[in-house]
Design a protein around this ligand. Structure first.
Ligand code: HGY
Ligand code: MN
Ligand code: MN
Length: 410
């Protein structure tokens, strides 16, 4: 039994087209009209297969195919359809379309699995809009996604209002929690989004674990003053102190981290934001990721220490507020073994790799047996319109997913 690779590739393109916007990008921001269009298209494909589709209280779109024994726990597949701004064709979509392809292949072959199968399109994995992602998977795992209808997104729109497009409200989200005994396992197919597979010309990655990610809001406060008449020696420039801190990040990660340690300042804002005023405040986000939570703590400690030091040097103060914590998450041993067995059975070259990006699997693995399959990202590019994965790699990845489902179904 083999998947229809051409169908998968053409569906990736069809979903991508749902994001076509006037600004020339293809963006399916969570809860947007483009995102809803993509989800409707996905549901139409699932329904055409005779699968039942429902949207749970957290907005997850769940397509279900019954198996031979309705009492058996379900095999879950899936990922997300929402994208980052100007995102690519593959991130998330592959896991959803790939999951559906397994169901379609079963149907065409007249194969009825023992277990029921569910393909889940998770709600707002990317999270750039409200500053926190993994929303739908958190709720499915019974973990509070910590959202509120009154919070505003980066465009000033209220969550309660924008989530009307999914027909959901924040207060109900935890009702989407799945009983662990109803789930056999979860398998997510995804593009690597890094360059390890690409650089080593390897077709498939069996994911060992997903990096933990801790986020912080940092505000440096100095003194806004006239940019012309304030001598350099008299300044308390918040941005100069912040810049000194940011510039030190690569050095600290190199000294105390390892090859997987990353730290990023991804957003930055100064006030009053005027060409002729010394910045009085500089607010920025900080993110630390690693495969080892002890390393993450050490990096945090060293960065905080240096921030303290540099703020003192420039006569400014700061606050450092943790906003979210996710520990590194190993994949379940038995699911991982089944993925590995599948790749070997198919004779495809593979390696075992950790994931630097996070995925819905980061949360899912804390409650359900979870495994991930990676396919290469050309030049390691992702979160970009230039994201590309070769058709043959897409087909290989889907066949590994198919074979893994067959293995765990037995
Ligand atoms: O940020 C991440 O790692 C994920 O791709 N959303
Ligand atoms: Mn993704
Ligand atoms: Mn992504």
């Amino acid at each position: 039994m083999k998947v229809n690779g051409k169908r998968v590739v053409s569906r990736l393109e069809e979903i991508y087209q749902c994001g076509k916007k006037e600004d020339g990008t293809f963006t399916r921001m969570a809860f947007s009209a483009e995102d809803v269009k993509g989800r409707k298209l996905f549901a139409s494909w699932a329904e055409a297969l005779g699968m039942t589709c429902r949207i749970d209280e957290a907005g997850n779109l769940i397509a279900r195919m019954e198996g031979q024994d309705e009492k058996l726990p379900a095999i879950l597949m899936g990922s997300h359809l929402d994208t980052v701004p100007d995102g690519g064709k593959y991130d998330g979509v592959l896991g959803c379309v790939g999951g559906l392809e397994i169901c379609e292949t079963f149907k065409e072959e007249g194969y009825v699995p023992r277990h029921p199968i569910e393909v889940i399109v998770f709600t707002d994995e990317e999270g750039f809009r409200f500053g926190k992602g993994l929303t739908g998977s958190s709720a499915i795992c019974g973990q509070d996604p910590k959202v509120s209808d009154s919070e505003a997104d980066i465009y000033g729109e209220e969550r309660g209002k924008v989530m009307e497009s999914y027909g959901i409200t924040s207060g109900d989200m935890l009702k989407a929690a799945k009983d662990p005994s109803s789930v056999h396992c979860f398998i997510e197919l995804h593009v690597e989004q890094g360059a390890r597979l690409y650089k080593t010309d390897t077709s498939v990655g069996v994911v060992s674990s997903i990096a933990g990610v801790n986020r912080y809001d940092v505000v440096v406060t100095g003194e806004a003053n006239h940019a012309g008449s304030t001598a350099m020696a008299d300044r308390k420039d918040a941005l100069v102190a912040a810049a000194g801190f940011i510039n030190k990040i690569p050095e600290i990660t190199a000294e105390y981290g390892n090859e997987f340690t990353v730290a990023t300042v991804g957003t930055i804002k100064v006030t009053p934001h005027s060409v002729n005023v010394i910045p009085g405040t500089c607010a920025f986000s900080l993110e630390i990721r690693d495969q080892d939570d002890k390393v993450m703590s050490l990096i945090e400690e060293k960065l905080r220490g240096f921030l303290e030091e540099i703020c003192k040097k420039y006569g400014v103060t700061h606050t450092f507020v943790p906003t979210s914590f996710h520990e590194p998450a190993p994949m379940s041993e038995w699911v991982k073994e089944n993925v590995e067995k599948a790749v070997k059975e198919l004779g495809i070259d593979y390696c075992t790799i950790p994931s630097g990006a996070f995925h819905d699997s980061l949360i899912m693995t804390s409650v359900f047996p979870t495994g991930m399959i990676f396919v290469p990202s050309e030049k390691g590019i992702s979160h970009s319109r230039y994201e590309y994965t070769k058709d043959e790699d897409i087909e290989n990845g889907c066949n590994v997913l198919l074979q893994t489902v067959l293995n765990v179904d037995r």
